[in-house]
Design a binder for this molecule. Structure first.
Ligand SMILES: CC(C)(COP(=O)(O)OP(=O)(O)OC[C@H]1O[C@@H](n2cnc3c(N)ncnc32)[C@H](O)[C@@H]1OP(=O)(O)O)[C@@H](O)C(=O)NCCC(=O)NCCS
Length: 387
């Protein structure tokens, strides 16, 4: 098995893109990534792209072929990968395995979703398919409702408060205000979150990630060749994926995500690192409670202490472990298939020192945590600046 490195990244801004379609978004991100890596399309051997629900959202399937065509990459193979909101990270894992195994040398990985063409009801139904359609969505348990159940249990078991939940959104909007690609660049206060309209008690609209359009891409090569493209490649230290029950009611616990605990433990083992070694992390904050559970599941804070840690600012820029410097799903936006790849784009910029005024000082090791559905799939990557 060969070590693998990222040599270039690109993304569109996230948000409502009324003048760009799915294919324009993915071509923009892909072209930016190739340009950043300093290579042309002829150099690419294969591609993997994550998208969750293009059929329901825009009526388009056969995404691999569409992208090969519009990126001018025919006849190389481009394969679509789907794992709900973790689709982007799954595409990255496929790309890593393709390069690591020696099957391909230069692989482009992309993630894309175009969600805003459909109204909220249509999007909510499409996203609900990431849970158990027969036993959750059919009975009205949408994603905000499922995460609200987790939030309520966390509050009962550990004394987590609505202020603690709100502090996650306040911090992520603050980080998003420093990211020109973020959907929301406005800062908000705890009171703004607490006074915002209720979506699924106790989660208000400002506890939720939005409905977004966007795409992100990156280029992978074997580590041994990476320095011939860039002085500062970012090495993949670990790629781990774990699964759990599709429905929430079958879980042992509602206050943590077992697949995230297992995937992160494996990732730390592969990388020979512990949570203390991570300088910066992008985690899956689809709802404020999801970030609190993530920082516990990843071992940054003890079980039950994620809420107070957030409220105390320990996860902010300048804190002991800066979480979601991009603004996270909450403020940067959550075009679901693109999110897992965008997390690596942000980490790449952070590790190279290219993150502008949201730069984490001396960041050298980063972690991404990308969850599908309510936790039936989790993918964790650990990356390191290699220079
Ligand atoms: C929370 C949610 C239901 C709000 O949808 P909505 O009530 O239809 O809201 P609208 O689209 O009508 O937007 C109303 C306003 O709120 C803003 N808004 C919508 N969602 C927002 C969010 N999550 N955060 C901040 N502002 C938001 C809109 O920009 C709009 O502002 P404007 O009036 O200034 O233009 C929707 O964003 C949602 O479903 N989010 C969760 C997505 C999800 O489940 N993802 C997968 C996770 S696993």
């Amino acid at each position: 098995m060969r070590d693998v490195a990222i040599i270039g990244v690109g993304m569109t801004s996230f948000g409502e893109h009324w003048s760009k379609g799915f294919r324009e978004l993915v071509v923009e991100a892909g072209t930016n990534a190739l340009k950043d890596a300093g290579i042309s399309g002829e150099k690419v051997d294969a591609g993997f792209v994550g998208t969750m629900a293009s059929g329901k959202l825009i009526g388009q399937e056969h995404i691999g072929a569409l992208i090969a065509d519009f990126m001018g990459l025919n006849p190389i193979p481009i394969t679509r990968v789907e794992g709900a909101c973790a689709s982007g990270s799954l595409a990255l894992r496929q790309g890593i395995m393709a390069v690591s195994s020696g099957m391909h040398d230069t692989v482009v990985v992309g993630g894309v979703e175009k969600m805003t063409d459909l109204g909220t009801t249509g999007v909510t139904t499409a996203l609900g398919g990431a849970g158990d359609q027969e036993w959750e969505l059919f009975f009205g348990a949408t994603f905000p409702a499922l995460y609200a159940l987790m939030a309520r249990r966390h509050m009962i078991d550990f004394g987590t408060t609505e202020e603690m939940l709100a502090s996650v959104s306040v911090k992520n909007h603050k980080h998003g205000s420093m990211n020109p690609n973020a959907q929301f660049q406005n800062q908000i206060t705890l009171q703004d979150v607490l006074n915002s309209k209720m979506v699924a008690n106790p989660l208000k609209i400002l506890d939720c990630s939005p409905i977004s359009d966007g795409a992100a891409a990156l280029v992978l090569v074997p580590l041994e060749k990476a320095h011939s493209y860039t002085k500062k490649p970012v090495r993949i230290l670990a790629s781990a994926q774990a699964s759990d029950t599709i429905s929430l009611h079958s879980r042992e616990s509602l206050t943590g995500v077992k697949s995230a605990q297992i995937a992160s433990q494996n990732a730390y083992k592969y990388a020979k690192l512990s949570p203390k070694n991570i300088d910066v992390a992008e985690v899956h904050d689809c709802f404020s409670i999801a970030e609190i559970m993530a920082i516990e599941d990843l071992g940054f804070f003890k079980k039950g202490e994620g809420g107070i840690a957030s409220l105390e600012g320990r996860t902010s820029l300048g804190g002991e472990i800066p979480i979601n410097t991009s603004g996270g799903l909450k403020a940067c936006g959550h075009p679901v298939g693109a999110t897992g790849v965008k997390q690596l784009v942000e980490l790449y910029w952070q590790l190279k020192g290219d993150a502008g005024n949201r730069q984490v000082k001396d960041a050298n090791i980063g972690l991404s945590h990308n969850v599908g559905g309510s936790g039936a799939t989790t993918v964790v990557h650990i990356v390191k600046g290699e220079w």
